[in-house]
Design a protein around this ligand. Structure first.
Ligand code: GLV
Ligand code: MN
Ligand code: MN
Length: 421
């Protein structure tokens, strides 16, 4: 079946197909550069070729679907990039990233040979930061922002470096050779504009009975790794008054951070996403605990300010409990405002099509943030998420909600590609 015959059927077939790679019940775990990721990438490239597109992988493992007449590399003409990411969180859903990847592939196929700007689909290799503690590795490398040192410095939870992970997938055709010198990822394409179709990942569109969300802003974030060091002692023989319990300190910090975000009010959010106590036994008071904290806010300056406030709260708790504290900011991104002309183009198309829509901010991060911060006019469009569930196996969007979103994204891409760079 070709997308011209029935793009919705092809969308579903491709989403079903992708969900096989890394399937876990109704959900998916497809970490960057894993076997499941590599197989999904190769399968998708084959499907793109079947639709008459070229499929090209860059040195970071980002994948592009493009008009075979467009030769990637330094001399490539500016393009409209449409896509999203193929990696998932651990025990994630089938739609986060995949929905936008498939829309990018189908937009590139539908628009091949049209427009002043050639439309290319893209698939970033690592958006979630679920394997490597460095978010948006794919988008940053695609834009030529990554320096060689990062390849050895960035390591996953098992100590595998980004460079070693790439070496392993390169032998399977899932990444191209690194460029020598300080910039290992010379961009294959020069994006003039960028579009991303995504599920909302929250409950607003469903609650308001809307078909589309046009994203005007994305919340920025800061991630803090906190290490608390107390004293590992016998859990039976040590009286309560003589303890320096690192896990109890982490718990108090987690609650203080939650209370702080509640007190700030919406749209501030703060999360303690994990606590890893050591040695992690029933009968030993935790001598150390690693705690992962994240804050997000949509207003400029607020993520950095919240991170400083959270640090102060954590230091206060640690001091009172006699526990040592180290705190490191592991990653962050400032809030994003999307290009007004793209927002306006999306609003007028939605009105023309009689689609019920709203403009909204996104609390979730997206590759489009990295493009926007690099000066590439970018836009994210949401379709509803059932029950607002995301980053969980229950993630779902009804076929009749995906179909208008896909058609909208392809038509928006058509219009956006008509204007030269
Ligand atoms: C990505 O999904 C994020 O918002 O963390
Ligand atoms: Mn996503
Ligand atoms: Mn996600």
């Amino acid at each position: 079946m070709s997308p011209q015959d029935d793009p919705t059927a092809v969308l579903h077939e491709l989403l079903e197909g992708l969900a096989r790679f890394g399937r876990e019940g109704t959900g998916v775990t497809r970490l960057a550069y894993s076997d499941a990721w590599c197989e999904a990438q190769r399968w998708l490239a084959e499907r793109a070729r079947g639709l008459g597109l070229a499929a090209t992988t860059d040195a970071a493992g980002n994948l592009f679907f493009h008009d075979p007449a467009v030769v990637p590399g330094a001399g490539a003409p500016p393009v409209l990039l449409v896509g999203s990411h193929l990696d998932t969180v651990v025990s994630g859903g089938r739609y986060d990233g995949a929905c936008g990847v498939v829309a990018g592939l189908l937009a590139a196929a539908a628009l091949r040979g049209h427009g002043a700007l050639s439309a290319a689909g893209f698939v970033t290799c690592e958006e979630e930061g679920s394997r490597f503690p460095s978010p948006f590795m794919g988008a940053r490398s695609l834009l030529g922002q990554v320096e060689a040192g990062e390849l050895d410095a960035v390591r996953d939870g098992n100590g595998v470096s980004w460079r070693a992970a790439l070496d392993a997938v390169r032998t399977r055709g899932c990444a191209a050779l690194l460029a020598p010198g300080p910039r290992p990822f010379p961009p294959l394409f020069r994006p003039a504009r960028m579009l991303e179709l995504h599920i909302e990942q929250g409950p607003v569109l469903e609650a308001e009975g809307l078909a589309l969300g046009i994203v005007t802003h994305i919340a920025g974030f800061r991630r803090l790794r906190v290490r608390l060091t107390g004293e590992a002692r016998h859990a039976g023989a040590t009286p309560m008054r003589l303890r320096r319990d690192a896990l109890a300190a982490a718990a108090e910090i987690a609650l203080a951070v939650e209370a702080h975000a509640r007190a700030l009010g919406e749209p501030a959010v703060a999360t303690a996403g994990f606590a890893r106590a050591e040695p992690g036994l029933y009968n030993v008071i935790a001598g150390a605990c690693e705690l992962g904290l994240e804050v997000r806010h949509v207003e400029p300056g607020r993520p950095a300010a919240m991170a400083a406030e959270v640090e102060q709260l954590a230091r206060g708790v640690a001091e009172r409990r006699g526990v040592a504290l180290e705190i490191v900011e592991v990653s962050g991104q400032d809030p994003t405002t999307f290009a007004a002309p793209l927002v306006a183009a999306a609003e007028s198309l939605a009105k023309e099509r009689g689609l019920r829509f709203r403009t909204m901010a996104s609390g979730a991060g997206h590759d489009a943030m990295v493009f926007a911060h690099a000066g590439v006019p970018a836009l994210v469009v949401f379709v509803p998420s059932r029950g607002g569930i995301s980053h969980a196996p229950g993630e779902y969007t009804l076929p009749e909600q995906l179909a208008p979103g896909l058609a909208f994204a392809i038509e928006l891409a058509r219009r956006v590609s008509e204007e030269p760079a």
